[in-house]
Every structure is written in C-alpha cells, then in structure tokens.
Write a protein that binds this ligand. Structure first.
Ligand SMILES: Cc1cc2nc3c(=O)[nH]c(=O)nc-3n(C[C@H](O)[C@H](O)[C@H](O)COP(=O)(O)OP(=O)(O)OC[C@H]3O[C@@H](n4cnc5c(N)ncnc54)[C@H](O)[C@@H]3O)c2cc1C
Ligand code: FES
Length: 271
C-alpha cells in the first residue's frame, strides 16, 4: 500500500480485447502479476499512462489476478490507451466509490438496463449476481447499442448470460441492419414494450437514454427508491479532496457513483 493515496500502483496491461470499433477491454495486473486490489461491483479505478494522464473508469469485471476496464476512445488518455499493446506498464489506483448496495439487492428480482459502454459498470453487478445466483431473484437484462458492431461484451450477451437459470437477456439495436434478426428499437421503448412489473432496476448509459428510461419506468409504476443508476461526473483525485465532482454536499467519487433516483431528486436543481 502506498502512503500517498494519489500515487498509483505499478500495473501491467496483460490482455486487450477489442469489443467494438472504439471500445477495448483492458485486463490489468500489478507488475508482479497480482490483482491490484479487490473492488466491489460498481467501484472505480483511476488508470494512468505516463505522458498521457489518468482518468476514472468503472471496473467491469475481475479475475483472481487482474481487473478489467472497458474503455471507449474519446480523447487524449483513452486514445493513447487504444494504441498500447499487451505488456504495457500503466498506473492504477483505487478502488473508489460506493459500489452497488449488495445487501439491499439480495432476494430481489432485478432488471438491468444498459446502453452502449454503460453496460460496463452494470456488468460487474450482473456477474456478481451470477456468481452468487441463489442470493438473488429473477434477473432481466435489456441492453442496446447503435449497431451490431457497437454491442459490447457479445459473448456474455449471446452465450454466457442466456444460459443462466432464471435470467432473460433482451438485446436491441437502434436501426435495422442486414443480418440482424433481433430486436430493433431504442432501449427506453423496448423496456416499455417488454412491460416489466415494477422491481428493482439498475440502469446506466448515455444521458439521453437515462432520461427516457427514467420517464418510461415512472409510467410503468417503478418506485424512485428502487431505481438505481451510476453518475459520471468528471473526477480528478477520486478521494474527496479536489472538489471536482461534487453536487451540492455530495462527492460523486465518495458518495457515488451509485445513487437511487430518490437520492438524485433531492440534489440541487442545476443537476
Ligand atoms: C465514475 C466514472 C466512471 C467511468 N467509467 C468509464 C468506463 O467504464 N469506460 C469508459 O470508457 N469511460 C468511463 N468514464 C469516462 C472516462 O473517465 C473518460 O472517457 C475519460 O476521462 C476520457 O479521458 P481522455 O483523456 O481520453 O479524454 P479527454 O481528452 O479528457 O476528453 C475527450 C472528450 O470527452 C469529454 N470528457 C472526458 N471525460 C469526460 C467525463 N468524465 N464526462 C463527460 N465528458 C468527458 C471531454 O470534455 C472531451 O470532449 C468514466 C468516468 C467516470 C467519472
Ligand atoms: S474527484 Fe476529487 S473530490 Fe471527487
């Protein structure tokens, strides 16, 4: 453990998986081949590359000796990350954030709703629920992306998750595409079309998707306290010191990124 919490652990990118044209999943170990730390589902890691900077990412999965971060190429650091090869050294620090409320979710039926790269944090919880299947009720996943090429974690969506007992997976794309025989609709419309009864739901995706998903869930009678989402405020320190991520009295890096809709409605109106 480093004495200064802002000093990263020396890590190594041991595997890179191309998920979509602009998303890659990076498997990160320490340079000694160990898991850098043991996060809870929904927690975050600050990943850095020398000369390119550092940024916060959801930890989408983990193995005995590594963490997995699914990263979309949008700018300087993520662009540099998308250029590296397996074996590259990096910095990693964490875990940060509150993670999903596992005790609250136990015994409940769960509806997971994701859009685009927003499946990354939700996947950490889905995989936890699968590993501890007996602790949770029925599980439903509704996931969508712009096109077939933009669907992340295809092996989980089409092979692994549909085989899990009492778990249903619904995948959709925005527009019809040659060779795609699955559903075509925006995620919020598909959720409403599937007509779920109110249950605990966990949703993450682009802001426009979240906005319409929340409206659909309200029409369907879902309770604000049972609608859980994750926020993506820009972050710098990750440890509640710099004030970059605060909303009112809350720090997203400490009190979040996981919040219920009931909590979000109590935040200042500018949010
Ligand atoms: C809690 C949290 C979880 C995240 N999880 C993931 C994840 O799992 N996968 C993933 O790919 N990304 C995730 N992100 C976003 C990721 O941190 C940014 O994409 C990254 O900081 C971009 O760095 P960059 O240097 O490549 O881009 P920059 O060069 O800094 O910026 C490129 C463009 O993206 C915008 N931008 C950058 N960061 C953000 C941000 N956080 N919010 C809004 N706009 C931004 C900039 O304004 C600019 O237009 C997460 C962010 C947070 C705060
Ligand atoms: S990122 Fe610095 S206070 Fe949250």
């Amino acid at each position: 453990m480093n004495a200064n919490p802002l000093v990263p652990i020396r890590g190594r990118i041991i595997k890179i998986v191309q998920e979509t044209p602009d998303v890659k999943t990076f498997h990160v170990s320490t340079t000694g081949g160990e898991k850098p730390f043991a996060p809870k589902p929904g927690q975050l890691a600050m990943l850095s590359l020398p000369q390119a900077g550092e940024a916060m990412f959801s930890i989408t999965s983990q193995g005995p000796n590594h963490l997995e971060l699914a990263i979309k190429e949008v700018g300087q650091l993520t662009g540099a990350l998308h250029q590296v090869e397996e074996g590259q050294e990096c910095g990693i620090r964490g875990p940060y954030g509150n993670g999903f409320p596992l005790d609250y979710l136990k015994g409940k039926d769960l509806l997971f709703i994701g859009g685009g790269i927003g499946l990354a944090p939700v996947r950490s919880l889905i995989n936890h629920c699968i590993e501890n299947r007996a602790e949770f009720g029925k599980m439903y996943v509704v996931y969508g992306a712009r096109s077939v090429a933009d669907l992340v974690f295809k092996e989980d969506l089409f092979e692994n998750w549909p085989k899990v007992e009492n778990m249903e997976v619904y995948t959709t794309i925005d527009r019809p595409e040659e060779g795609w025989t699955g559903h075509v609709a925006f995620v919020p419309a598909y959720v409403e079309e599937l007509g779920f009864k109110p249950m605990t739901t966990i949703t993450c995706g682009p802001p426009i998707m979240i906005k319409f998903v929340l409206q659909a869930l309200a029409r369907m009678g879902f309770n604000d306290a049972d609608v859980i989402t994750t926020l993506e405020m820009r972050m710098k320190c990750g440890i509640g010191k710099c004030g970059r991520c605060n909303i009112g009295s809350l720090y997203v890096c400490l009190d979040g990124p996981v919040f219920t809709l009931e909590q979000l409605k109590k935040l200042p109106p500018e949010y």
